[in-house]
Design a protein around this ligand. Structure first.
Ligand code: 13P
Ligand code: SF4
Length: 370
């Protein structure tokens, strides 16, 4: 074991290298590793990382695409829950690497498995679980929470398939407990006409989540009090302002934005939906987009014939995604060339099994729906 540790080349060696040398080092390592490695780049990654990606996409697409390759090493330029999902969906022979362990998702971190289990127990104590309650988690959550949903008849959803899955679950269950993004949950619930008073918020730091027993018994949707700080930066006044300043502009936002912003927008949908909508729009279209800045600026570069704006003038950047710098990627790749796997994300066997149950349920239910 000590021998292996001695071989690890420290990340500091790469932090001092000039940018051009870093880029060369990544490409040299890729050439040497060939088909043994695949580099995944989430839509929110910075350009100097994306340019090295073999595949780009949203979190779920990337994990599925990587699992369909024979690559031995999946280097995930994204955040922690995405790398966990790639490990859950990947082949047993595949190793998933997150180039910087500090790249978490602040929203996913707002719900821990201990808090979720405690909330579930509290619901059992007051008799809410005598009704049929389904736990549903957004892809942006830990593997442990996905597994909790798998064990309890629940499911995982993405921002692309939340609507069809809510449709199925609302028909089959009395209520849903949705983790961890209150906004995606509320925005999706609103699409089914659930009144706001039937969508209660669960604050994990308060007894009964800060609700009365009666509220919880009556609720149709219990929403975990989590949010994305990046999408929370888009405000209703940004929508008003852009519409006043640029007549004819269409507002296109991610459903992680608040209810008020989504309600005022023209369209809302996942990162893939946002990209497809702009791709399919005619020359001269005008868009104000409410999602992470790197995705929006790449759309601006790709479509100079369309007028594309970031909905908020201040920088809406996902700081944790930004932690994956080319230096970290070069470090991870160089170590692979030397036979050393750094920053491996490996979900334990039991968690993987039940998280897969929830993911498989998502896949089979959405396939049936299509
Ligand atoms: P996708 O599931 O579309 O990749 O989005 C993930 C995310 O973190 C959005 O903020
Ligand atoms: Fe998480 Fe928000 Fe970053 Fe997406 S944009 S990874 S939800 S913190």
């Amino acid at each position: 074991m000590a021998e292996v540790l001695e071989q690890v080349r420290p990340v500091e060696d790469f932090l001092v290298m000039p940018d051009a040398e870093i880029a060369e080092s990544i490409e040299a390592a890729r050439a040497e590793l060939g088909g043994r490695v695949i580099i995944l780049g989430h839509h929110y990654q910075r350009d100097d990382v994306i340019k090295h990606a073999d595949l780009t996409g949203d979190s779920y697409q990337l994990s599925v695409m990587a699992s369909q390759t024979d690559a031995e090493f999946i280097v995930f330029c994204g955040v922690h829950f995405m790398a966990e999902s790639a490990d859950i969906l990947g082949k047993p022979s595949q190793h998933v690497i997150l180039p910087d362990m500090g790249a978490g998702c602040s929203m996913a971190d707002m719900a821990t498995i201990e808090q979720v289990e405690d909330a579930w127990e509290q619901l059992a104590e007051i008799g809410v679980l005598e009704q049929r309650v389904a736990p549903i988690t957004y892809m942006n959550s830990s593997a442990a929470i996905k597994a909790f949903c798998g064990r309890n008849e629940g499911v995982v959803c993405t921002s692309s398939n939340a609507v069809p899955l809510f449709d199925i679950y609302l028909k089959q269950f009395d209520k849903m407990f949705f983790f961890p993004d209150q906004h995606l949950g509320r925005n999706t619930g609103a699409k089914f006409g659930i009144p706001l008073e039937k969508m209660v918020l669960w604050n994990p730091h308060q007894e009964l989540g800060g609700n009365t027993e009666e509220d919880l018994l009556e609720a149709k949707l219990i929403l975990w009090r989590g949010h994305c700080s990046v999408h929370g930066r888009f405000k209703p006044w940004h929508v008003d302002k852009v519409r006043t300043e640029i007549p004819g502009i269409k507002v296109l936002v991610h459903p992680e934005c608040t209810r008020e912003v989504v309600e005022m927008s023209d369209l809302d949908g996942s990162t893939s939906f946002i990209i497809k909508t702009v791709e399919n729009s005619p020359t001269g279209s005008k868009w104000a987009i409410g999602t992470e800045v790197n995705l929006v600026s790449r759309l601006q570069q790709r479509f100079p014939d369309k007028e594309i704006h970031l909905l908020a003038p201040d920088l809406c950047m996902c700081a944790t995604m930004y932690r994956i710098a080319p230096q970290n990627l070069a470090w991870a790749m160089d170590n692979l060339v030397n036979g050393v796997i750094v920053n491996e994300i490996a979900v334990d066997k039991e968690t993987k099994h039940y998280a897969n149950v929830a993911l498989e349920r998502m896949i089979s239910l959405t396939e049936k729906k299509n």
